[in-house]
Write a protein of this length. Structure first.
Length: 541
């Protein structure tokens, strides 16, 4: 019999002492090697709570509990996981005010509309979509060959480590976001690693997770939370034999170190690392609707202070009177717009470093380029400019990600040179081409799109990339270094669930010993299964 969480362990934690970690269904004192605090990015003032830096002994305890939970989940119907995810969505909605207030304090992101009206509803929507996929079972792609009596299905993989990023405290959180929802829906326990930028928000989320676990009588180790470990223990964790896979969103340097450790142990590691998200603006688009393109780009480039993984950080145009006018117009708008608050001092430092790398490569700073004096985490809205010739001489440095309110405009000699720049690009999450609607750009669009589509996970036409819809058709992925694997997405149920599943084949296994999805009778009556090459909701025979 599986062990379940103790209801006495739920409750608000004191903010006047080091916060405990969530292990095996209880809030416990960490075996810590130190602690850390975060600061309010709007004021620069430290926030009272102290969070532990866990030693390996904490990691060992969460791994043991997660392994026990995994075995318990294997014996549970998928509807139990769906019940948990739906209960959690309701709890997040009930705790909205507290969650949003803490996230605002730790990240500086606006309460409305960003946190309360956009990100939290997106998070609960993800959870409910994941629950629906778990109930349906169609995600598992049950495949039955009656002639050979061979049947296969995707099944749960094992404990999943989820590293949350700094820019989405809810929607990508290690204990609430898309990776978390996909891993749970696929039948795996989650070991959440909080972002060091908003650990208090993650703690509040985990309190609601624990309550939902109790409400639905889930295994104690279904979801656990650590705030930070040493670098060596992080490497050891993702490569541990008990871990099924890792989902990571964060810096390229940190992600590649973790990936190397996971790769050495043969453990899947799905990472979102960096992306400049190129936008190509063809001459016909500027001639046809100049100010519309200006509005689209200015709004997208500064949205969320540029702190989206799909923010358009690289713009490619032909060097012409209208092309130069476009760059000047954007520069003027960047200069006039107030500079928003960045997520943290670390983000501010990374942004100024990225700007300096672009400048040292030869880019000219048109506006901004410097941190803003004062306690607030902020950098002046920054626009840089380079030529196509400069870019092609040093494409690696010119593709440095300046994460935040900064962008690079590249003026190319002609469309042939612009095409050469596209060929030199690394992998990105998104790529966009703005073109005329009257057909004058069609031939150029076709040629450029063929190249750009090989460099990105999502190709857009006449649309900026900052929105990532929670849709089954969405791909939030792309070739390296956008992600560590071009064949998977971090957004979009059910496709995102396949990262955290293994394909199991049953050859001549007796019917009574098969998983429910592979037995002759469709267990739900609505699950889509492939039977002898035909997708159907029917039974075998």
């Amino acid at each position: 019999m599986s062990t379940t969480v103790s209801k006495s362990s739920v409750g608000m934690l004191s903010t006047k002492q080091t916060s405990p970690v969530l292990i095996a269904g209880t809030w416990q004192a960490s075996d810590a090697s130190g602690g850390f605090q975060v600061s309010n990015p709007n004021t620069g003032e430290p926030i009272e709570e102290v969070f532990p830096i866990s030693k390996w002994s904490d990691c060992e305890r969460v791994l043991s509990a997660a392994t026990e939970a995994f075995h318990a989940l294997q014996r549970m119907p998928a509807t139990r996981r769906a019940d948990f995810l739906e209960a959690l969505a309701k709890r997040f909605e009930s705790a909205k005010d507290a969650l949003v207030a803490k996230a605002n304090e730790e990240t500086g992101l606006a309460i409305a509309p960003r946190l309360s009206d956009v990100e939290l509803p997106r998070t609960t929507n993800q959870l409910r979509q994941a629950a629906a996929a778990a109930r349906s079972g169609s995600w598992a792609m049950a495949t039955i060959d009656t002639k050979l009596n061979i049947r296969s299905v995707y099944e749960s993989l094992g404990p999943i480590c989820v590293f949350g990023p700094n820019n989405f405290p809810f929607a990508f959180s290690g204990v609430a976001g898309g990776d978390f929802a996909a891993a749970i829906a696929a039948g795996n326990p989650v070991i959440g690693k909080a972002s060091s930028s908003h650990p208090g928000t993650t703690r509040l989320l985990a309190e609601q997770v624990l309550a939902a676990m109790q409400e639905t009588n889930m295994p104690m180790g279904l979801v656990q939370l650590l705030y930070r470990t040493s670098h060596d223990d992080g490497l050891r964790m993702v490569s541990d034999h008990r871990v099924g896979a890792t989902g990571y969103t964060g810096s390229r340097v940190g992600g590649l170190r973790l990936k190397a450790a996971a790769d050495a142990a043969g453990k899947p590691f799905y990472a979102e690392l960096s992306s400049v998200n190129p936008v190509v603006i063809l001459p016909g688009a500027l001639a046809e609707r100049y100010f519309k393109v200006v509005e689209d780009y200015a709004g997208s480039g500064l949205m969320g202070v540029g702190q989206f993984c799909t923010s358009p950080g690289l713009v490619l145009l032909v060097d012409s009177d209208v092309g130069r006018a476009f760059v000047a117009e954007i520069a003027g708008r960047y200069e006039k717009a107030p500079a928003g608050t960045l997520l943290s001092k670390a983000v501010q430092s990374s942004l100024t470093s990225g700007i300096e790398t672009l400048r040292s490569a030869g880019a000219k700073v048109l506006v901004g380029g410097q941190a803003i004096d004062g306690p607030r985490c902020a950098v002046a809205n920054t626009l840089l400019q380079a030529t196509g010739e400069q870019f092609l001489i040093d494409p690696t440095r010119f593709q440095t990600e300046a994460f935040g309110n900064a962008a690079l405009m590249v003026l190319c000699r002609d469309l042939n040179q612009l095409h050469e720049v596209l060929k030199s690009l690394e992998g990105n999450l998104t790529g966009c081409i703005y073109s005329a609607t009257d057909g004058r750009d069609d031939a150029d669009y076709e040629a450029l799109a063929l190249t750009l589509s090989t460099k990105v996970g999502r190709l857009l036409n006449d649309k900026m990339p900052t929105g990532v819809a929670v849709s089954p058709a969405m791909n939030h992925g792309g070739p390296y270094p956008a992600t560590s694997h071009p064949g998977f997405t971090a957004v979009g149920i059910p496709a995102s669930m396949l990262r955290f599943a293994k394909l199991t084949c049953f050859d001549a296994v007796r019917s009574s010993r098969l998983p429910a999805l592979l037995q002759d009778a469709n267990p739900t009556g609505t699950t889509w299964r492939s039977i002898d090459g035909q997708w159907t909701q029917g039974n075998v025979g």
